[in-house]
Design a protein around this ligand. Structure first.
Ligand SMILES: *Cc1c(COP(=O)(O)O)cnc(C)c1O
Length: 410
C-alpha cells in the first residue's frame, strides 16, 4: 500500500508541495526544513498511542515506550536551554503553549500586557480575535519611532494598568529583548513575567541571543522555527510553577499528547545540542546581516534600521506599492515572503506596508553570506522591475538556479 497508489489526489498535492519547497526560495522567517530523522519520527507508529498524563503517571496502559520518549525529550529540552528548570513538551503548538501558561498563571478577566500585534507581537499576546484577548483584559505596548521597544513606555503602562502578567517576545521584532529590564518592571508592579521565544529559540539555545531563563517565570516556544524541529510547542516554568503548568496543559487545554511529534522534538533537540547547530545559527545571523546590508544599500528602509536576529522588516510605507503587492511580485519570481504590518501602519492587515524576510530556511539549504547578499539583490531587482515581465523572468531564472544548487535536505 502506498498513498501514491491508494490516494492519488492527496499524493499529488503532497508531491506538488515537495516540488514547491525545492523550487522556491523560502524567506518566511517562521519556516524551516526539518531533517530526514525528524520526519521519520513524525511519520511513526507513535501516532497510534494515547498517553494522557505525564511519564510514569498516565491514564492509559501500554505507555512504557512512549514514556521513554517523553522523558528523553524533556531532559534534552532542559539541557538545550541552560537555566531552565522544568518543561512540558506536550503543547501541540506555540499558541497552545501560551494558552496553557495563561490558564496556569491567570484568572479570567485579569490583565495581560504584551507587544501590540501591528508592532510585531503575536495574536496570542492579547489580540481581541484570540482567546487571550477574550478571556483576559489585554493592554499593549508599542515600539518607538526608531522601531525599538521603549522600556520607559512599558514601565509607564505597567504602572498605570497593573497587569497580572507581562508578555514579552514577538513574531516580527528584529532586535534583542532585554529581559533583565522587563524583570525589574514586572517586579515593580508585582507581575508574572513570560517570554515567548517562538522565533528566536534556536538563537537563545546557542547563546546567540540573550536568554530569558533566570529572568522569566515562564518561557514558551514553538519547536519548528529557528529550532528546526517538528511543528509544535513547549512551555518551561520555574520548578515551583511546573505542577500548575502541567495541569494547565492537560487536562486544562489539551487531551492526549502527540507522541510521534514528541519523538520528533526529542530528535530535533539532539540535533540542536550538536555543535553543528551553533555553526548553523551563526550562519543564520551572518546571512541576515548580509541581506540587511545589501537591502539598505539598494535603498530599502528596514524597521529599526537593521537586525540583531534572523529576520528583518522592509518598510514600504513610502513605496508606491504595498506589502501585499511586494509579496505577490516576489511570489512570481519564486521568492516566498509574507506581507507584514510595520509600526505606524496606515494600511489594513490584509494589505500592509511591509514585508518580513528571514534567513533560517535558506541557511538550512546551505546558502552562505555571499548568496544572501545576492538574494537581497534579487528581491530589489524584482521589486524595482515589478512591471517589467522580462526582468522578472531573469530574476526567476536566477532564483531557480540558486535553488537547484542548494537542494532541500530531506
Ligand atoms: C509562531 C508564534 C506563535 C504560535 O505558534 P503556532 O505554533 O503557530 O501556534 C506564538 N508566539 C509567537 C511569538 C510566534 O511567533
Amino acid at each position: 500500500m502506498s498513498i501514491a497508489r491508494q490516494d492519488p489526489e492527496i499524493f499529488q498535492a503532497m508531491e506538488a508541495e515537495r516540488f514547491r519547497q525545492q523550487e522556491e526560495l523560502e524567506l518566511i522567517a517562521s519556516e524551516n526544513y526539518v531533517s530526514a530523522d525528524v520526519l521519520e519520527a513524525m511519520g511513526s507508529v507513535l501516532t497510534n498511542k494515547y498517553a494522557e498524563g505525564l511519564p510514569g503517571k498516565r491514564y492509559y496502559g501500554g505507555c512504557q515506550h512512549v514514556d521513554v520518549v517523553e522523558e528523553i525529550a524533556r531532559t534534552r529540552a532542559i539541557a538545550l536551554f541552560s537555566g531552565s528548570e522544568g518543561v512540558n513538551v506536550q503543547p501541540h503548538s506555540g499558541a497552545q503553549a501560551n494558552a496553557a501558561v495563561y490558564l496556569a498563571a491567570l484568572k479570567a478577566g485579569e490583565t495581560i500586557l504584551g507587544l501590540d500585534l501591528s508592532n510585531g507581537g503575536h495574536l496570542t499576546h492579547g489580540s481581541p480575535a484570540n482567546s487571550s484577548g477574550k478571556l483576559y483584559r489585554a493592554v499593549h505596548y508599542k515600539v518607538d519611532d526608531g522601531g525599538r521597544i521603549d522600556l520607559d513606555q512599558v514601565r509607564e503602562i505597567a504602572q498605570r494598568e497593573r497587569p497580572r502578567l507581562i508578555m514579552t517576545g514577538a513574531s516580527a521584532y528584529p532586535r534583542h529583548w532585554d529581559w533583565a529590564a522587563f524583570r525589574s518592571i514586572a517586579d515593580e508592579v508585582g507581575a508574572i513575567l513570560v517570554a515567548d521565544i517562538a522565533h528566536v529559540a534556536g538563537l537563545v539555545a546557542t547563546g546567540l541571543h540573550p536568554t530569558p531563563f533566570g529572568h522569566c517565570d515562564y518561557v514558551t516556544t514553538t519547536t519548528h522555527k529557528t529550532l528546526r524541529g517538528p511543528r509544535g510547542g513547549m512551555a518551561f516554568a520555574r520548578a515551583d510553577l511546573m505542577k500548575g503548568l502541567n495541569s494547565a496543559v492537560f487536562p486544562g487545554t489539551q487531551g492526549g499528547p502527540l507522541m510521534h511529534v514528541i519523538a520528533a522534538k526529542a530528535v530535533a533537540f539532539r540535533e540542536a545540542l550538536d555543535p553543528s547547530f551553533t555553526v548553523y545559527q551563526r550562519q543564520v545571523l551572518a546571512n541576515a546581516q548580509a541581506m540587511a546590508t545589501r537591502l539598505t544599500e539598494r535603498g530599502f528602509r528596514l524597521v529599526s534600521g537593521g537586525t540583531d536576529n534572523h529576520l528583518m522588516l522592509i518598510d514600504l510605507s513610502d513605496a508606491p506599492y504595498s506589502g501585499k503587492d511586494a509579496e505577490a511580485v516576489l511570489g512570481q519570481v519564486g521568492i516566498t515572503v509574507n506581507k507584514n504590518t510595520v509600526p505606524n501602519e496606515k494600511r489594513s492587515p490584509f494589505v500592509t506596508s511591509g514585508i518580513r524576510v528571514g534567513t533560517p530556511a535558506m541557511t538550512t539549504r546551505g546558502l552562505g553570506t555571499e548568496d544572501a547578499g545576492r538574494v537581497a539583490d534579487l528581491i530589489a531587482d524584482a521589486l524595482d522591475n515589478r512591471e517589467a515581465p522580462s526582468r522578472l523572468d531573469a530574476v526567476r531564472a536566477e532564483v531557480h538556479a540558486l535553488c537547484a544548487r542548494h537542494p532541500v535536505p530531506a
